[in-house]
Ligand binder design. Structure first.
Ligand code: PLP
Length: 416
């Protein structure tokens, strides 16, 4: 009997869950001794595998110093140096606000964007976002990344957000979306910020933006004096083969958000980064109440920050981005071959992120349930979204293990 209520899970379809007891590099081992390659980086956050001693040491050493000190009235070196690290990585960003996970980091971003205008007595107070985007599961994040299938039950609780339609999977011409965005921002002067995932929509089924799309969104925002918030929770820090994806996309956001991979998947931590322009609008006399009314108990937790610091050092020491760029070519070749596999409808990929649409009919049990079980037999841990299999390997994976993952995935598809 288990008392754990699992996330985003129809509990009735799982008679039991495999108990993961240890990690060895890219492998997960369960209590029966069965091993699976972590093809989803334990929900898109693992970087170096599960037994990286450099990170475990960083965690241990910090725990011996102080495991938790808040950022309320005091500060600590791990949070300070991590902020310095992030500022170096992220062009134009100058200030780092810490939260615990992607959703709360997005909530902080929304509040920053809206209060930025409030503090200047501007009436701008609405958010606009791209349809099919995903920004987390909390109420504010659901409103901005709204999906009827997932969040319909909570619709009445989600504040209105203006959604700009995006094309269906496979459509490469996004000019209608840009036109729609331009018209919306020109006609509606109450929009405080446009919120978008950077580089690609991940939870929306891996939708890769066409070239220059994000640049154009950024230009439209600037032209209309609207802020741009980029969600790099899934796509930043190397997933699409760049540290700051927005820079690679030649876009100029005012706020950028990071979480997954920030600690290499070892601790929950997130960061909302802002430019001087944003930050300065929150300065004033205390009695003006201009400061950001947001903060979490574990904001900037030293354990998370210490691991994140070591993680980002390792990115540089081990030239991880070059590794990802090389690996992404092997990945692309393997995925191109897979697109000819029976049952595969479409394959989309960039960097070390891929979505494979499969032809599967699941009435009673979910595709995810079925695919997990078959993937397990083929030695790969998978978590499917709808009928899209996501392949999101740890960034430091070896070419051999990456090929093993691809073989495991195609064997799984063939066995469906
Ligand atoms: C996962 C994710 C989030 C939410 O992060 P959590 O840590 O699950 O709250 C937000 N945005 C994007 C793009 C994500 O992939």
């Amino acid at each position: 009997m288990s008392f754990v209520w699992h996330p985003n899970t129809q509990m009735s379809e799982w008679k039991e869950f495999d108990h993961i007891v240890s990690g060895d590099g890219m492998w997960l081992q369960d209590s029966t001794g069965h091993r699976m390659l972590d093809a989803v980086s334990s929900m898109w956050c693992n970087v170096w595998g599960h037994s990286e001693t450099e990170l475990i040491d960083a965690l241990y050493n910090q725990a011996c110093m102080i495991p938790h000190a808040s950022l309320f009235n005091i500060t600590h070196t791990p949070a300070e140096s991590l902020a310095g690290h992030l500022i170096q990585i992220c062009p134009n960003m100058r200030h780092v606000f810490y939260t615990d996970d992607g959703s709360t980091a997005m909530e902080a971003a929304f509040k920053m964007a809206v209060q930025y205008w409030q503090n200047q007595k501007s009436p701008k107070n609405m958010l606009a976002s791209l349809s099919n985007g995903y920004h987390g599961d909390t109420i504010g994040a659901m409103s901005v990344g709204y999906s009827d299938t997932f969040f319909g039950a909570y619709r009445h609780m989600t504040p209105r957000c203006i959604r700009i339609p995006t094309p269906n999977h496979g459509v490469t011409n996004w000019s209608d979306t840009l036109d729609h965005l331009s018209e919306t921002l020109e006609s509606n002067k109450s929009i405080a910020a446009v919120v978008m995932e950077s580089g690609a929509q991940t939870a929306g089924g891996v939708v890769i933006y066409p070239e220059a799309f994000q640049t154009a969104v950024s230009q439209i925002c600037h032209k209309n004096d609207t802020l741009l918030v980029v969600d790099e929770v899934a796509t930043g820090l190397g997933r699409l083969s760049h540290m700051a994806e927005y820079a690679a996309q030649q876009s100029n956001p005012d706020i950028a958000v990071y979480s997954k991979m920030l600690t290499a998947g070892y601790m929950p931590l997130a960061a909302t980064l802002a430019t001087d322009k944003i930050y300065d609008a929150f300065l004033g006399d205390y009695s003006d109440h201009l400061h950001l009314f947001h903060g979490h108990t574990f904001s900037g937790n030293p354990l998370g920050a210490a691991v994140a610091n070591r993680n980002l050092e390792l990115y540089a020491e081990r030239q991880l981005i070059q590794h990802v760029q090389q690996l992404s070519r092997i990945f692309a070749d393997g995925l191109d071959v897979m697109s000819d596999t029976k049952g595969v409808l479409d394959v989309r990929y960039k960097g070390l992120l891929a979505g494979i649409d499969i032809d599967i009919n699941c009435d009673v049990s979910s595709a995810n349930y079925t695919i997990y079980q078959i993937g397990r037999k083929n030695g790969v841990y998978l978590r499917t979204l709808g009928n899209t299999i996501l392949v999101v390997p740890p960034l430091a994976i070896s070419p051999e293990e990456l090929s093993q993952i691809l073989t495991g995935v195609s064997d799984t598809i063939l066995a469906l």
